[in-house]
Design a binder for this molecule. Structure first.
Ligand SMILES: NC(=O)c1ccc[n+]([C@@H]2O[C@H](COP(=O)([O-])OP(=O)(O)OC[C@H]3O[C@@H](n4cnc5c(N)ncnc54)[C@H](OP(=O)(O)O)[C@@H]3O)[C@@H](O)[C@H]2O)c1
Length: 329
């Protein structure tokens, strides 16, 4: 790779590599090998979550690298997330300690509340069948427990995921330690311009998930059965002719243009891949620059909220008082 990694700087001075590795739906040997390959390529930012059921495999791969001395802990930026079943103040420490145990780390660089909707703490099943909503989710008391994790040295920074602007503002107002980062769906069809401006004003950085539009990934759980695929927005960012034209001009792939666009918006991107060639391709985005004209052209592809691909992963979520996605942003 030519070109140098870029970073987002949090309000507290910590720096997040602007390109990271997504790990959702990557399990077992696949993810262990992918982490190995990714670290070799140069990835240092890894995004996981207790919900992804892969922290132990990621932990094994990280430990191998740390023990070998090829990498230092301070060179890594590890993100994980409080599961939706843990959205109560008294659950936060237990879940973060479990994640640290599985990741074989003393601290994470960023700990996020995965989702504003809370579930009861029953055994989480992948397909969501056993998940029951907890209608009493209280973000303010939950955030205080997140702050305790920074005090205890278990998280360097804390943040939010899938919160809408009203929810972010409420946490931000109540916070002793401010949220450093908001992780939300963000790609060329759903560019989140209002939310980006809102977060900029509060000095909260943004990380965009499903930056490639998650080609090939079916919505998980019961949503896969109950959602009518014809009503889902098209996931064809990767074959969009406008993107292809810009990619050809720069001698790059569509995926590289989609990622470079997000980076030039000042947003972190966490594409997932377990394929070594695609891992390399997705990382190779620091040796070219999209022109102002390219940026304007890509901005025109925004569909606004109609471009959102992730909604409730079980339909009942939409009945929760903190369901975030009915707001415009
Ligand atoms: N906070 C949240 O609620 C939330 C929600 C969703 C996702 N996330 C995070 O965001 C990450 C990224 O989202 P995502 O994994 O859903 O979607 P994505 O990164 O947009 O797309 C991943 C899919 O694209 C394929 N792919 C990757 N690079 C490619 C390339 N260069 N060319 C062609 N295909 C390529 C991957 O397959 P291969 O592996 O076979 O390459 C995989 O099927 C997740 O892994 C997770 O860490 C967070």
């Amino acid at each position: 790779m030519t070109g140098k990694m870029e970073y987002l700087t949090f309000f507290n001075g910590h720096k997040m590599p602007i390109l990271g590795l997504g790990t959702a739906h990557a399990l077992g040997d696949d993810i262990e090998k992918a982490i190995d390959a990714a670290l070799e390529i140069g990835y240092r930012h890894i995004d996981t979550a207790q919900r992804y059921n892969n922290e132990a495999q990621i932990g094994r791969a990280l430990k191998k690298w740390l023990d070998s001395g090829k990498i230092k802990r301070e060179d890594l930026f590890i993100v994980t997330k409080l599961p939706l079943t843990g959205n109560r103040a008294e659950c936060v420490e237990k879940h973060l300690k479990q994640s640290l145990h599985d990741l074989q780390l003393d601290y994470v660089d960023l700990y996020l509340i995965h989702h504003p909707v809370g579930f009861q703490d029953l055994d989480p099943k992948d397909n969501g069948e056993e998940m029951l909503l907890d209608m009493n989710t209280d973000h303010v008391s939950l955030w205080k427990a997140m702050e305790d994790q920074v005090d205890a040295g278990r998280a360097r920074s804390i943040g939010l995921s899938n919160f809408n602007a009203r929810q972010v503002k409420r946490v931000w107002r109540s916070a002793r330690i401010k949220p450093a980062n908001l992780q939300v769906e963000l790609h060329v069809y759903f560019q989140q311009s209002e939310l980006r401006a809102f977060c900029r004003a509060l000095d909260i950085t943004i990380c965009g998930y499903i930056p490639l539009g998650a080609p090939g990934v079916r919505p998980p759980g019961r949503a896969a059965i109950t959602v009518d695929a014809s009503k889902m927005p098209k996931r064809d960012q990767m074959t969009n002719p406008v993107v292809s034209q810009i990619a050809q001009k720069h001698g790059k792939t569509n995926a590289q243009v989609l990622l470079r666009y997000i980076i030039q918006l000042g947003v972190a991107a966490i594409p997932k891949s377990t394929n070594p060639d695609r891992l390399r391709q997705n990382f190779d985005v620091f040796d070219f620059e999209l022109s102002a004209e390219d940026m304007d052209t890509l901005e025109q592809l925004d569909k606004g909220p109609a471009g959102r691909q992730v909604r409730a992963f079980i339909p009942e979520m939409a009945n929760h008082p903190e369901y975030p996605f009915n707001a415009h942003y």
